[in-house]
Design a protein around this ligand. Structure first.
Ligand code: ZN
Ligand code: ZN
Length: 365
């Protein structure tokens, strides 16, 4: 029986440990995949530091991945209906939902499933089959995991972000979308914010404004279609407000997308939306405290719509996957750092220190 190496989080805030696991034989409709690229997500950093209450130890991190099928049992098809065979390159949806709880069956919002399992997030490597995260040479995908075909010409690393930040951004735009010509504010120019800029542009938004604190990330937003870039180190919140009001005829933006996950960002953001506008909150991956909001002046009196966005469902992964495939050259620029599997801890550090816009653990394609 073969073996597979994986980087395991055994203790919070400590370097991940390289461990070896026996390669499992896939059960009925399970798919064993050789990982070719694993995305390093901002939430991986929070999990590594013990800030995400969902994290069981030990765990193989990595909820974003692309790979090649090495073994499967029974008949499986990808989302396009193609029969899966060994050697196929696939991207998988990171979550598994039960289909039978109140949120799956009645509310029809699988992202709220109470039994949701996520590779690399709430599935420990403690017990067999162990390989349930993408920071590994192989991952075993359950029978219910949705698979997407990966075209031969694309670098696998370019697609990984579609499975988490891209998918979460898609979820927001699927719930409430800006209309053609609407002004859009994106707070936070990381991968989530970049996808928001790309979706807003693809959906026909008017002016797209981004607030951020890292010049290189803001510049990347321009390449993705943003018109006005506001560096929060270069101007005060009052100056930002003035610029945004001037750009929107004094009204504020029609649609704002929060992609930071800090209460003070929400406090600023809700005041920059026009009366009757929409404020989408997608940046909170873990508890970060409370925001002080002026409920009367900023929300009620202005008919503001505030919408939370929690994770995503399969159709959102499809939306993000499609967006990347429409412009892979642009999305390739988002990948700033590539690491070998054994350097996964350095990849987490590069994301933590914002040295990397998007880090990927790259095995062979
Ligand atoms: Zn459910
Ligand atoms: Zn993620």
């Amino acid at each position: 029986m073969g073996k597979s190496r994986a980087m395991v989080l055994e203790e919070f805030n400590k370097p991940l440990k390289m461990r070896e696991f026996l390669l499992p034989d896939p059960g009925e409709k399970e798919v064993l995949v050789k990982v070719t690229a694993a995305g390093v997500c901002g939430s991986d950093v929070h999990m590594w530091k013990g800030e995400d209450p969902r994290t069981p130890l030990p765990i193989i991190l990595g909820h974003e991945g692309v790979g090649r099928v090495t073994a499967l049992t029974g008949e499986r098809h990808d989302i396009m209906g193609n029969r899966i065979k060994e050697g196929d390159a696939v991207l998988w949806h990171r979550g598994l939902t039960c289909g039978e709880c109140y949120y799956c069956a009645i509310v029809k919002e699988p992202s709220l499933c109470q039994n949701r399992l996520v590779y690399g997030i709430n599935r420990s490597s403690e017990s067999a089959p162990h390989l349930r995260g993408a920071y590994a040479e192989h991952i075993l995908l359950d029978a219910g995991t949705t698979l997407f075909p990966v075209p031969g010409e694309i670098e696998h690393s370019v697609l990984v972000a579609a499975t988490c930040s891209g998918s979460t951004a898609a979820h927001a735009f699927d719930m409430v979308s800006p209309s053609i010509g609407d002004s859009v504010l994106v707070q936070g120019p990381g991968p989530l914010g970049l996808f928001a800029v790309a979706f807003a542009r693809a959906l026909g938004a008017g002016k797209i404004i981004v607030i951020g604190g890292t010049a290189s990330r803001l510049e990347m937003c321009r390449r993705f279609g943003a018109d006005i870039l506001l560096d929060r180190h270069a101007n005060s919140s009052e100056e930002r407000r003035q610029i945004i009001m001037e750009a929107t005829s004094g009204r504020g933006v029609d649609y704002a997308f929060e992609a930071v996950g800090l209460p003070e960002v929400v406090e600023e953001g809700v005041t920059l939306v026009r009366p009757g506008g929409v404020y989408m909150m997608a940046g909170f991956g873990e508890p970060r405290g409370r925001a002080a909001l002026d409920c009367f002046n900023h929300i009620v009196k202005r008919n503001l719509h505030i919408q939370g966005v929690w994770v995503s469902d399969i159709r959102h992964t499809y939306m993000a996957y499609s967006l990347v495939l429409q412009n892979p050259i642009l999305f390739r620029e988002m990948i700033s750092h590539r690491f070998k599997l054994e350097n996964a801890t350095a990849a987490l550090k590069a994301m933590e220190e914002k040295e990397a816009l998007k880090a990927v653990i790259k095995m062979e394609d």
